[in-house]
Ligand binder design. Structure first.
Ligand SMILES: Nc1ncnc2c1ncn2[C@@H]1O[C@H](COP(=O)(O)OP(=O)(O)OP(=O)(O)O)[C@@H](O)[C@H]1O
Length: 278
């Protein structure tokens, strides 16, 4: 279980990217994080594995307080957090298999890591995961010979062989065409179920989020303004996420006014004597 408590990030520039985000992600749920550009989505994801250092607050993964860990302890803790990136972050000149196995680097000695020597069970697991992501038979291809969708599958396979407790995907579909985007989202959903781990996906495309996520986290200006099941993401919630709280007041006022107007019309209609009553 991942828990963030009052997570806050202020960049040295003074930008407050997260104002105190508290949430919990558990089980094998797929959580989509949405919000306008600059809302703090990437910052949130990057704070969890401390690629970006949070300013304040707590991050607990299965009870372990990540913000309290020293550098070497954090290195070990990162094994529990799989990352999938928008630009895949593969080593282009290495093969698919070498890229996938790099997900095991945190588990082998420095010497073995340097020589890229992995135990046979790691290699076996890598083959299994390549099959899961639909890349079986492609292990010897170089990463730079793959399409965007295939590269993202390698990125996902690398995160999965790590055997993480949670998967974080930072805009995994932003560089892909619509068809590959759907395929990648479907794959992430399958992985959450098969590996029994939660996934947080930072995503721009709301329809994709709605189609594949169980739950939505909505950020606006660094504030968590929506946290609930996907079917609760109505127009009002989208307004709050994309236009801010003022928009919701405006929307609520507009809705209230429409209701009042409608009621007045109905009352007038009720007061009106019907032709039959005359
Ligand atoms: N390295 C940085 N230094 C200073 N400010 C930053 C840095 N990274 C992000 N910010 C600021 O923090 C805020 C949140 O940025 P972040 O990238 O987390 O948003 P986002 O929701 O992921 O945006 P996008 O959807 O455009 O990727 C923005 O105001 C941004 O300018």
């Amino acid at each position: 279980m991942l828990e963030t408590i009052d997570l806050r990030k202020v960049y040295p520039t003074g930008d407050e990217a997260l104002t105190g985000v508290s949430t919990t992600v558990d089980g094998n749920e797929i959580v989509a994080m949405i919000g306008p550009s600059g809302a703090g989505k990437s910052t949130f994801i990057r704070c969890i594995n401390r690629l970006t250092e949070p300013t304040d607050g707590e991050i607990r993964l299965d009870g372990s307080e990540l913000t309290a860990l020293g550098e070497s302890e954090m290195k070990a803790a990162r094994r529990n957090i799989g990352m999938v990136f928008q630009e895949y972050n593969l080593v282009e000149r290495l093969t698919v298999m070498e890229n996938v196995l790099s997900g095991r680097l945190g588990y082998v000695s420095n010497w073995a890591a340097l020589r890229r020597k992995f135990p046979p069970e790691d290699v076996e697991r890598a083959y299994d995961v390549l099959e899961t992501v639909g890349l079986d038979g492609m292990e010897n291809k170089r990463a730079d010979e793959l399409s965007g969708g295939q590269r993202q599958r390698v990125g996902i396979a690398r995160a999965v062989v790590q055997e993480p407790k949670i998967l974080l995907a930072d805009e995994p579909t932003s560089s892909l065409d619509p068809e590959s985007s759907h395929a990648v989202m479907e794959l992430l959903a399958d992985i959450a179920a098969e590996e029994d781990i939660p996934i947080i996906i930072n995503i721009h495309e709301v329809p994709l989020a709605v189609e594949y996520a169980d739950r939505i986290l909505g950020l606006h200006d660094g504030e968590l303004v929506f946290d609930g099941p996907t079917d609760g993401l109505d127009e009002n919630a989208k307004d709050v996420i994309y236009r801010g709280a003022d928009a919701s007041e405006t929307t609520n006022e507009a809705v209230a006014k429409t209701r009042t107007d409608n009621n007045a019309i109905s009352e007038q209609a009720a007061d009106k004597p019907t032709a039959a009553g005359d």
